[in-house]
Design a protein around this ligand. Structure first.
Ligand SMILES: [Zn+2]
Ligand SMILES: [Zn+2]
Length: 559
């Protein structure tokens, strides 16, 4: 995208720090960055990206491990900054390749990761729980952890000291000054590191285009209050299964209004169990019950907290909207609160769910009609503060689409930071003698997870799926007698997914027969060549007469 001219990087100069983002740049998701010093590697985050409409059948997209696959023995550790899927989701796939890579993260982050690892039957893993203020050395990397505030508790920034200098990766963060758990981004630590001299500052770009400051989580309390005050019937709240603070707000409101709460959706049940076991979620006495028992109470005493705020087709909320959930059925007068952001690419799916719920008679309260969500990321104002406090020598915007990275880089330049490195996935950045520069590029692509298969689905297959989805397919079977040099049977034409009425192929069928007979009489016997002739003949006809481009599957059989 940015750097088509780049080629493989030169050897890393002695005493230099190399940084290679494997994912998370030019996209929001699958964050993963490789740090290399003195032949050793440190990984920061290992997340997934969720597929969009143009990637049919794909469950998840992973960072491409190819550039480090041959060097996994050189990996000292994997640092996980926080427990969001776009930072921890690909960890099981990495550990499948080397299960004993030490994983480092806060208590909550590792607990959420561990439950994922167990699902993948990875039991013998090496985990180091850290908290803000801790320092820890892995090989040549001296790590220091700094508290940051984000839309999940227990997030950490990581300072990485090597002989090349000090790199500081913020992870995802914002600067809520009145967070629900009182744990603010530790700007005093940022300032101290700034005094020491931050050589490379990797900063969250997600909200760099948004002017001003991200408001406090507390500002959504009135909207939640209004829902609880006004609703005469059941309340269903959908939010991210990791948004522990949001769930806390709902639990507190339910307690105050004498309602019972049940969790719906596997990840919601699992994550909230972990969060309350570890003390990150405080469940008021007697409020929580099993969701299946909620119907024992009158509707005005019920609250469901559900997954599916992004319209994910298999999620609890989608099934509720389609009336296919096994025990939750919307009644007219119910209120559904979507307390989450709209991740770009999910808009259609979310509005489909909202419309489905509204059609069933529910009142839907969402970001478009009430203040029910605040972002988890620092806006431009907060980023400016950070740059002025840290005064780094070099800035490398991370975590964002191209426009976010550029906007973030612009903010750094505004406060007088001259060296801003706008990179892309696979772009190699070397920090040598205090200067960060792009020196080359390694090949990285998308790795698709589809059911049990990892990396088997290619771009070509995705293109096929799109064609099948949009244009359908036409198959043509011809049986040839190569001894007699003529068609023995067929063509038999079958089509799906197009407006092909009876007799639709009557016009083209004899032309295919002629074309194949002609080729046979010219001495063409190769099956592949004959199939190409069929493909061209019918393909051109479909294109010219029907303006369609279906997938064409020619099959030539020997009599
Ligand atoms: Zn996050
Ligand atoms: Zn993130």
């Amino acid at each position: 995208m940015f750097h088509p001219e780049l080629s493989a990087p030169p050897a890393l100069p002695e005493g230099g720090l190399r940084v290679i983002p494997l994912g998370g740049l030019g996209e929001v998701g699958r964050n993963m960055t490789v740090f290399e010093y003195d032949g050793r590697l440190l990984l920061v985050d290992c997340g997934v990206l969720f597929p969009e409409d143009h990637q049919p059948g794909v469950d998840l997209i992973l960072p491409d491990f190819a550039p480090i696959r041959d060097r996994l023995d050189a990996v000292e550790a994997l640092v996980l900054t926080h427990g969001h899927e776009d930072h921890i989701g690909a960890t099981p796939y990495l550990l499948r390749e080397r299960p004993d890579i030490p994983i480092i993260g806060s208590k909550l982050t590792l607990a959420l990761t561990a439950s994922k690892l167990r699902e993948h039957r990875l039991r013998e893993t090496v985990q180091h729980v850290v908290k803000e203020g801790d320092t820890l050395a892995f090989g040549p990397f001296e790590l220091e952890f700094v508290a940051v505030n984000h839309s999940i508790p227990d997030a950490l920034a990581v300072a990485i000291r090597t002989g090349a200098g000090l790199a500081l990766a913020t992870g995802d963060f914002k600067m809520d000054q009145l967070p629900l758990d009182g744990r603010i981004t530790d700007l005093r630590a940022f300032a101290r590191l700034g005094e020491e001299g931050v050589d490379l500052f990797l900063t969250d770009s997600t909200n760099a285009e948004v002017p001003g400051f991200t408001v406090s989580e507390r500002t959504i309390t009135p909207a939640i209050e209004a829902v609880f005050r006004e609703s005469q019937q059941r309340i269903i709240v959908a939010c991210f299964a990791s948004h522990i603070h949001r769930v806390q707000q709902i639990l507190d409101a339910a307690a105050e209004h004498g309602r019972k709460v049940g969790y719906v959706g596997r990840s919601m049940v699992r994550n909230m169990q972990i969060a309350s076991d570890l003390g990150y979620l405080h469940v008021p006495e007697g409020v929580l019950i099993e969701a299946k028992r909620l119907p024992d109470y009158p509707p005005e005493k019920q609250v469901l907290i559900s997954t599916g705020s992004q319209g994910e087709p298999m999620s609890a909320l989608s099934r509720i909207a389609q009336r296919t959930h096994n025990f939750v059925f919307i009644e007219p007068g119910d209120t559904v609160l979507l307390a989450s952001s709209l991740i770009p690419g999910n808009e259609n799916a979310v509005y489909r769910v909202i419309n489905g719920l509204a059609r069933l008679g529910a009142k839907v309260v969402h970001k478009g009609n009430a203040l029910v969500h605040v972002s988890g990321h620092a806006s431009a104002g907060e980023l400016l503060y950070c740059y002025n406090i840290v005064r780094p020598r070099n800035v490398m915007p991370v975590h964002g689409e191209v426009r976010h990275l550029l906007a973030n880089g612009e903010l750094a330049r505004k406060v007088g930071i001259e060296s801003v490195v706008i990179a892309d996935n696979g772009v190699v950045v070397d920090l040598v003698d205090g200067d960060a520069e792009i020196v080359g590029k390694v090949d990285v692509g998308y790795v698709y997870v589809d059911g049990q298969s990892v990396g088997d689905v290619t771009e070509t297959e995705l293109k096929d799926r799109r064609i099948l989805g949009e244009e359908g397919f036409v198959s043509v079977i011809v049986v040839v007698d190569s001894v007699a040099s003529k068609v023995a049977a067929g063509p038999e034409i079958t089509a799906r997914g197009g407006f092909w009425g009876p007799g639709a192929f009557d016009e083209i069928s004899p032309r295919i027969l002629d074309a194949v007979n002609l080729a046979l009489s010219d001495g063409v016997t190769d099956t592949y060549q004959l199939q190409q002739i069929i493909r061209r003949t019918i393909g051109r006809w479909v294109g010219d007469t029907h303006r369609r481009r279906p997938m064409i599957v020619p099959v030539v059989l020997e009599a």
